[in-house]
Write a protein that binds this ligand. Sequence first.
Ligand SMILES: [Zn+2]
Length: 457
Amino acid sequence: MKESSISIKFLGAAGTVTGSKHLLKTKHTQVLVDCGLYQGLKKLREKNREPFPVQIASINAVVITHAHLDHCGYLPVLVKNGYKGRILMTAPTKELVELILRDSAKIQEEEAFQANKEGYSKHSPAIPLYTESDVDKVIELIETHQDRERVRISEDITVEFIKNGHILGSTSLEFHIDGRKIIFSGDLGRGNDDLLAAPEVPEGAEFLVLESTYGDRIHPKEDVLDLLESVILNTWERGGTTIIPSFAVGRAQEILYLINELKDLKRIPAIPVYLDSPMGTSATEIFLRYSGWHKLSNKKIYNLDRHVKFVKDIRETQRIIKDEKRKIVIAASGMITGGRVLNYISQLGWDPLNTILLVGYQGEGTRGRSLKEGAKELKIRGKYVQIGAEIQTIDSLSAHADQKGMIDWVKAMNQIPEKIILVHGEPTAQNVFRVKLQDELGVEVLVPELLDEIKLQ
Ligand SMILES: [Zn+2]
């Protein structure tokens, strides 16, 4: 076998679930796999403003697995700091990345403006991490590729995108380097999603970089429609509003789909539903353009918009909050780390008539995690907010596979990887998952720390 000099340096999502950035290095080439933003704990968020740990000019290409902020949200900073190379992703991912980065820039500009106005930022003046004009520069560098297309990155590296059922456009990545293969799972989908097909299984590889968000958990077998119905109905019957913190594109569409099903089946009344996102854009158009990337018929997609009002302007947000009518509100961010959902929770979260429904993974240090663990008070924009609302969780609505889902995915490969490297998970989940993988598959499992570099030989 050829003497290889392949290594991976972990620049984010090592021992935590945000900030995904993995630098794949060979003798000739450096490829950054994902370019995500840190979210959650303050000490993590501060890393978004630290100097980049490797020379940006030495990166030959960036490849993005999917459009979640913790995988693409750092791109504008990279470009602002001088990156001028290729950025590769699938076409639906590009459309979502554009929406999401603009949304993120707008929120950061709004937050900085508000912090300066109210004087709660420790930085004076508060400056957004990036603006929409930085996002424009990112969009110019993006090139899109089909799934299963073998794309040449350099003389020694090619990459293939393989659908993985996490959000629209999401993929695992299979790198071919000098006759050796390395797979990055990306965030793996659940397998029984209402909108997306189960993750496709790659042929296999010598090395696998595997996410581990739910490495220590099995999703409960529960009927999501029943659970959603009972949360919405209980809140409605006592005269309250249901607030669902959710990423505006992807998870939001699955929730809208389920709410429509409940309305069509007359299991809930015609409650007004608002989707609040500064972009104010319906992601359903993107679903329509990429019918090969999801399971819904066009009719079902049109239906997604049928009962929902899109909220764009922050003044409209205030109007909806003040309106005493019962309603359902879906607003980002999903872990309550920022965005419009903060407006709803700071003004409606005190009221025991209301419900806050958590539907995705809640990372450590996020307000979502605090609520899940029973916090009765949250600090939002420098002020303490009392929480009297009922807190509910539907874990099986998460976009991530559970422990069994991930192990089954690896087992289905023709070639079981000899080395598995765990990223994108918190230490407790990673420890449990490492032992389980070693026992079930008899392979070497490594859990890198931030800035570790693992040689693959
Ligand atoms: Zn994700």
